[in-house]
Write a protein of this length. Structure first.
Length: 108
């Protein structure tokens, strides 16, 4: 139980790093931190036997959901998403091609 709780906390942190939008020239830092956390979790799961069967899927799902939710929140001030509700932005984050077409139409 403690191992899974720790994996969830690390997944939320990694997902936040993947989902946050950092301005240039530091854009790469969020991705590097997320990859390092994922690497540590993967190495710990391989080296330990405690619940390692669920560690990878649990980490991946929580990190992906967190990244999508934070990306949607970060786009609230973007002109292409102006006037959209939170869950509509979540759907647009999940469908980037549809979001790009929408931004092109709005002039953003």
């Amino acid at each position: 139980m403690i191992v899974h709780s720790l994996v969830v906390v690390l997944a939320v942190i990694a997902g936040a790093m993947f989902g946050v939008q950092v301005r240039a020239p530091l854009q790469w830092i969020g991705a590097v931190v997320g990859v390092l956390i994922a690497g540590v979790v993967a190495a710990a799961a391989i080296l330990s036997d405690v619940g390692s069967a669920w560690t990878g899927p649990l980490f991946a799902i929580v990190a992906a959901v967190t990244a999508v939710l934070i990306s949607a929140q970060a786009r609230r001030d973007h002109p292409g998403f102006e006037g959209e509700g939170y869950w509509q932005r979540v759907l647009l984050v999940l469908r980037p091609r549809h979001a790009r077409a929408r931004q092109d139409r709005s002039g953003g």
